[in-house]
Structures are given as C-alpha cells and as structure tokens.
Write a protein that binds this ligand. Structure first.
Ligand SMILES: [Zn+2]
Length: 118
C-alpha cells in the first residue's frame, strides 16, 4: 500500500503549504474563550471598536487592537472582497512572547525576530 502512504504524505504537505486564513467575525461582546482561527471584530452596528485574536505564536494570550481614533496604539482595519481582513500597522507584543507579525488577508506574516528590541 505504498501508493496510499505517498498520497497521505502528499496530502499533508499540501495541507501545510496552504494555511487557512483567519476568519473575521463581528461580535458585540468578546466571548470568554477565543478560537484560534478567528479574528473577532468587536463593535456595535457599523462601528467597530477593536479587533481581538489569540496570539498566533500559541502562547495563549489574547491580543487587542484598538480602532478608536484617539487610541494609542491604534490600528486600521482593511476588509477585502474575499471576506478576509488585514490590520495595519503590524502587531508587535512588547512583553511576553514578543510576537511581531502582520495580518494580511487573514494570513499571519511573521516579522524577523532579530528586529525586536531587547
Ligand atoms: Zn504569543
């Protein structure tokens, strides 16, 4: 049954090469337990206050990205035709795991760890 194993290996290579984008959902209240493949857009009606997601490094921290105009830092949300979202600028944790990444069209794009301050 070598062909079956080959097919299985090919399948897993393909799965790993094609990561699934994070799916945005709009909520009025952030749930107690977040799911890792979802970007939560918290707001009411047409107005969004912030985005929240689990840290993609796997440390389990919840990240909050404010959209409030007088917030600091604050992020810009871009919504794309394919239903995915991007955040601008990058998300950079200055404590804990120090993850630094971009969210582009629902995909995590890691920044070089060497660019993080000590
Ligand atoms: Zn982390």
């Amino acid at each position: 049954m070598k062909w079956l194993r080959d097919l299985w290996n090919w399948f897993w290579r393909w799965v790993r090469r094609a990561p699934v984008p994070l799916r945005p959902i709009i909520v009025e209240d952030l749930p107690d337990a977040l799911e890792s493949k979802i970007v939560y857009l918290v707001g009411e009606g047409a107005y969004l206050w912030y985005a929240a997601m689990l840290c993609p490094c796997g440390c389990g921290e919840t990240l909050h990205m404010s959209f409030l105009p007088d917030g600091h830092p604050k992020w810009e949300l871009l919504r794309h035709d394919d239903g995915t979202v991007s955040l601008h600028p990058s998300v950079w944790r200055t404590k804990g795991c120090r993850s630094h990444f971009f969210l582009r069209k629902g995909m995590i794009v890691w920044c070089e760890p060497s660019s993080a301050p000590d």
